[in-house]
Write a new protein. Structure first.
Lengths: 446, 485
């Protein structure tokens, strides 16, 4: 290909965002006004059956204007950055706000502050275009072809300019890069999978992850069916992240206050194994930390679960004010750790296991009972029986019926935290975990 | 100087594509408006007015695809994006093993407009927010309701599709929806019950024809009854499923497996593949003789009835399952030839200008049978009647599924009795549909739409409608939706 990345249009700069936001702020008649920018340039190379099936590049800029007269508010957005369109968005937002009922939970924009500066924009990711993505896709496909296996996956990279400006002087601007690779290797009914997400496209470890997915798929060729029931399990990091994502999403403080949270009444109490600690770690190089939130709050390092005890809830600004919470903690870069001596690797966890099911990943996890956070979902892309320290066979995929609150009450062994991401959750740092009991409720056909 | 027309922008892009030597190209220019009003706990929590304008250019060069898109609709940007799409397609072609071949489609020149009586964007906001506030007040009138929500949604797409083959398709399509939910608290337990108008391609008459306050009163009372209801005992039950509930069952267990791109492995890395592999076409017993599943993208007011798909193929009607046998896939112009079909079914849709179209589930519906709903229930000794959507999950080949619901009633000796809670059923798709022994008649047929069907990388939200009359399924395994099951 001949498209040099230098010829691509640039992301909206901080100065340009200030100019655009001033167009709104200087013309607004509202008591308070907020302008939000999201200028997203992204490309994805998608492959299946060992060849590229989709190769795309898209640029979408969006400005959203929120205004308030007293507690009456309205929001209007546009993808057109011309002065006329931006002023039209302001006029639409004002029109909405003037006829809206007063929102008793309305709060003016947060006070201006200096947001932390984080390394969210890696030049190698922002410069990566279709050529780089195709190179990585070909690398994965090439390995699979050599082994007579089928590859399906994506290589994606993006850069996003994100900004917030308000009539009280609040101003934030940040460029966020994001690179992703995921691969499913197929051989007959067996599949193996691996995935990565990172601020730097150079850290996707395409070769290493491709070989891991290939090894999983090859190991899955000889499959047996195990009956549904309760088993000891070893959950690889992606599977752990899949379950923990639902714990994180259920920490909403408003639901907690109203009594419609699985954690209602449990703040300050042990909710999981006493060795587990959950922190927000926005400065960690392998997590996708950000400088500020959609609400214009600085993202912060914070402690959420301390040695099994629930210490923090996810607050909206209104509930935080009512509960006297300041600053409001954020949770965009979760890191789960366990006190004590970890196993050196997943392989060591396996070696020390008499009998268990090894789960690579879960799929289609959905809540069954919000009261006790019982979830269901399927194992996917590598489920194995471990006996006497070895993987002895692949097993047909299970459906699970389990609450992470119960499952993580006792952990028998673990590794150090590792990068984890899957198709339905954001990125986390989590260990692989051995659990003594995990309920599989049925078995599928493959 | 007046700004160029959409046709002039399209011409600019297509000239570049034709000059490049590409065998096919198209451009979609789209202007979308969305108004979403959300109420929560007796307050209007947000009102959003979203305008989204942009274009996407798709190029097929030497049998390989390239696509580029931009929200900047200008004389400089359209050629840049067209050139980028061409260059990306050239890159794809350099590594292509098997060349994409599009099945033919007549050239169409047409304009498609949603018929409507009342433009939802002309209704005063005060009227809509009053309706939502009154709805939430009605929900809270029932003692024991701890939380409430209500919302109204309206969407309009104005689109131009032009291809290098000469098709020129304009559309102006509307869609709308409204809903409310009550959450009841009782002895530390909570349970929710919802009402939704279907997502349909109608004007604001969709809302005006609905008595939202009466529905709010009903669901609030049922939320209270539900939270106090006994937990189901696990075991085998006959199930009678209402149309709203069935819309999700059809979507997950018939819709997705009948997407041919999945069956061919295109989605293997994300949404998954399909147990309905091509050798099963025409001979696989998917369900009982009562099961007739028809794809109909021509039925007025349904979400996938867009006149034409994003390949420029005219919308059609076809059988997916006839008398229980799997007989048809959802296809596009790329994959149709891989099963020897000479024309696409017209099910290639993108969720906006910035995404490339792909095979999407059609408006697949369960054909009515001949029984009345009362007759279906009368022939059940020990069963459960299920309404609405609850928990749902299915494996990546669409065999093993598990569904909950929004409301459950125990059926004993042919009579619907009291409510139950925490009902979950699971099964294997073809076994489940083969247990169907009755479908209610056309008078009980209802349509429900989906606008958040996830598929593709980057992810897209598909829109489609599933219609059904209530249907009965024998001896289905039911478990409790709590951890001790």
């Amino acid at each position: 290909m001949t498209v040099p990345s230098g010829t691509w249009p640039k992301l909206t700069s901080s100065e340009e965002f200030r100019f655009l936001s001033d167009l709104v702020l200087t013309r607004s008649s509202a008591d308070q006004t907020i302008v939000r920018l999201r200028d997203h340039h992204a490309g994805t190379t998608r492959f299946a059956n060992n060849q590229v099936i989709q190769n795309v590049d898209a640029r979408r800029g969006s400005l959203a204007v929120t205004v308030a007269f007293g507690g009456q508010q309205g929001t209007a957005s546009t993808t057109d950055f011309t002065a006329g369109a931006i002023q039209d968005a302001l006029a639409r937002a004002e029109r909405i706000a003037r006829v809206s009922p007063v929102d008793p939970e309305y709060l003016p924009p947060p006070d201006p502050c200096l947001f932390p500066v984080r390394a969210t924009a890696k030049p190698e990711t922002l410069a990566a275009g279709p050529v780089k993505r195709l190179e990585y896709a070909n690398e994965a496909i090439g390995h699979c072809r050599m082994e007579n296996l089928m590859a399906a996956g994506v290589v994606a990279s993006s850069g996003t300019a994100v900004g917030i400006a308000a009539s009280n002087g609040l101003f934030g601007y940040e460029v966020r890069g994001d690179a992703r690779f995921s691969l499913t290797v197929q051989t007959g009914d067996a599949t193996g999978w691996s995935a990565a997400a990172h601020r730097s496209i150079d850290h996707l470890k395409v070769q290493e992850r491709t070989l891991a997915a290939i090894a999983k798929a090859k190991r899955g060729r000889d499959v047996c069916e195990m009956p549904a029931g309760q088993y000891p399990v070893i959950l690889e990091p992606a599977a752990v992240a899949g379950l923990w994502a639902w714990v994180l999403w259920s920490l909403d403080a408003k639901s907690y206050t109203k009594g419609t949270s699985p954690f209602a009444g449990k703040l300050g109490q042990a909710i999981v194994d006493e060795r587990l600690t959950l922190k927000n770690h926005p400065d960690h190089a392998d997590l996708l930390g950000e400088g500020f939130t959609h609400d214009g709050l600085p993202s912060t390092a914070s402690l959420w679960i301390d040695h099994g005890v629930l210490k923090q809830l996810a607050y909206d600004r209104f509930t935080a004010k009512a509960d006297g919470i300041n600053p409001i903690p954020t949770l965009e870069a979760p890191a789960l750790s366990i006190a004590g001596a970890p196993a050196q690797s997943i392989q060591d966890l396996i070696k020390n296991t008499d009998r268990a099911i090894l789960v690579t990943n879960f799929w289609y996890i959905r809540p069954v009972n919000p009261q006790d956070l019982t979830l269901t979902g399927m194992t996917r892309d590598g489920t194995f029986l471990i006996e006497k320290g070895e993987i002895v066979s692949a097993v047909k995929n299970f459906r699970f019926h389990e609450s992470p609150i119960r499952a993580f009450r006792h952990i028998t062994a673990w590794t150090t935290p590792m990068e984890a991401v899957n198709s339905e959750t954001g990125k986390m740092l989590v260990p692989a975990l051995a659990l003594p009991h995990f309920r599989f409720s049925s078995v599928t056909r493959f | 100087m007046s700004s160029p027309t959409w046709d002039e922008f399209a011409d600019l892009a297509l000239k570049r594509i034709t000059a490049s030597g590409a065998e096919y190209g198209d451009i979609r220019i789209q202007d979308s408006s969305t108004e979403h009003i959300e109420g929560e706990d007796r307050r209007i929590a947000s009102i959003r007015d979203i305008k989204d304008v942009g274009f996407g250019v798709r190029v097929l060069y030497h049998g390989a695809w390239g696509f580029a898109a931009s929200s900047v609709l200008s004389l400089e940007e359209v050629p840049r994006v067209a050139n980028l799409a061409i260059e990306i397609a050239r890159g794809s072609a350099s590594v292509a093993l098997e060349k994409v071949r599009l099945v033919s489609e007549p050239v169409h020149r047409d304009r498609v407009v949603t018929p409507y009586r009342i433009d939802p964007f002309t209704i005063p906001l005060e009227k809509k927010t009053d309706l939502l506030l009154n709805t939430m007040e009605t929900l809270h009138r029932q003692s024991g309701i701890a939380r409430s929500s209500a919302s109204l949604w309206a969407h309009r797409d104005r689109k131009l599709f032009v291809s290098t083959e000469g098709s020129h398709l304009e559309s102006d399509l509307l869609a709308g929806q409204g809903d409310c939910t009550a959450t009841a608290l009782h002895e530390g337990r909570f349970a929710s019950r919802s009402f939704n108008t279907p997502y349909l391609r109608k004007g604001y008459e969709l809302i005006e024809e609905t008595d939202l306050l009466r529905e709010a009163s009903r669901v609030a009372a049922q939320a209270i009854e539900k939270v106090k209801a006994p937990v189901v005992d696990a075991g085998q039950y006959d199930l009678v499923l209402d149309p709203e509930h069935l819309s999700l069952t059809i979507h997950e267990s018939c819709g997705h497996p009948s997407e041919l791109d999945r069956a061919l492995g295109y989605e293997a890395n994300y949404a998954g593949t399909s147990f309905l592999t091509p050798e099963k076409l025409g001979n696989f017993r998917y369900g009982s003789q009562h099961v007739n599943l028809v794809a109909d993208n021509t039925e007025s007011e349904t979400l996938a009835a867009t006149g034409y798909d994003d390949d420029g193929v005219q919308c059609q009607q076809w059988d997916v399952v006839r008398n229980g046998v799997f007989v048809g896939y959802c296809t596009n112009r790329e994959v149709a030839s891989k099963i020897g079909e000479s024309r696409s079914r017209g099910s290639n849709r993108a969720d906006g200008w910035s995404h490339v179209p792909m095979v999407r589930i059609a408006n697949i519906g369960l054909e009515p049978g001949s029984a009345t709903v009362d007759q279906l229930i009368a022939d059940v000794k020990h069963g459960i009647y299920i309404e609405g959507h609850g928990s749902y999950s299915i494996d990546q080949r669409r065999y093993n599924f598990q569904f909950g619901g929004d409301a459950f009633w125990l059926i004993e000796n042919g009579r619907r009795t009291h409510m139950l809670r925490d009902v979950i059923y699971h099964g294997i798709t073809p076994e489940f549909w083969n247990s169907c022994d009755g479908v209610a008649d056309r008078t009980a047929r209802r349509r429900y739409g989906f606008i958040t069907c996830g598929k593709g990388q980057p992810g897209q939200s598909g829109w489609m409608t599933h219609a059904a009359s209530p249907a009965r399924f024998r001896q289905i395994h039911v478990i409790r939706g709590e951890g001790s099951a």
